[in-house]
Design a protein around this ligand. Sequence first.
Ligand SMILES: *Cc1c(COP(=O)(O)O)cnc(C)c1O
Length: 234
Amino acid sequence: MSDTTGAAEPAGIATALAEVRREIAASAASAERAPGDVTLVAVSKTQPVASLKAALATGQRVFGENRVQEAAAKWPELRADHPGLELHLIGPLQTNKVKEAVALFDVIETVDRPKLAAALATELARAPKHLRCYIEINTGAEPQKAGVDPADLETLLALCRNDYKLPVTGLMCIPPQDEDPALHFALLADLARRHQLSEISMGMSGDFPLAIRFGATHVRVGTAIFGTRLVSAL
Ligand SMILES: *Cc1c(COP(=O)(O)O)cnc(C)c1O
């Protein structure tokens, strides 16, 4: 299934995708949720176009990328041939890349500060498009990490909703590496419920079944589908 670099071959990608989808369905069932409640975001950062095509050939249509520049190089051509594609930006967004990001992506998962919210609102007013935003929460309150502090969510959300009319529909988190993700998943799900946000993006290759148990509506899975990345991008 994998060659010596760790990157999966096309046949391996189809097999791995089927296995991840099976695990999603099983986790949803054991949490008494409908399998359709959980969307698989295939994280294709650093993966070559051949790998993206292998995933597209299986019917996968929702993908996550963490860099605007990389997505711009890989996706516009593929999108033309694959209607129904939904691209999620899951990496940090600088305000000077907002225009390009809005043109490329369908969901911006990493809104985490007023300046970025303002820039997104300005761009959407200039070039209207159906796009959804999630607010990224720094659930572990890690100093160096992206995401808004849970205590500041209410203020940022009010700003997005009332002042900027941004279409915020969900929350996203990346739990600290050295902690039990369960606490972070529970916190994110609770914040989403309290603020009436229907989309909850949490869970990666190592912990997506657990995230589904805690209410994830979107799981972001990379290496379990595509194999190890040649370049570390997180
Ligand atoms: C890379 C990345 C993922 C996927 O991680 P895997 O462990 O490869 O599944 C999920 N979310 C974010 C924000 C990422 O950057």
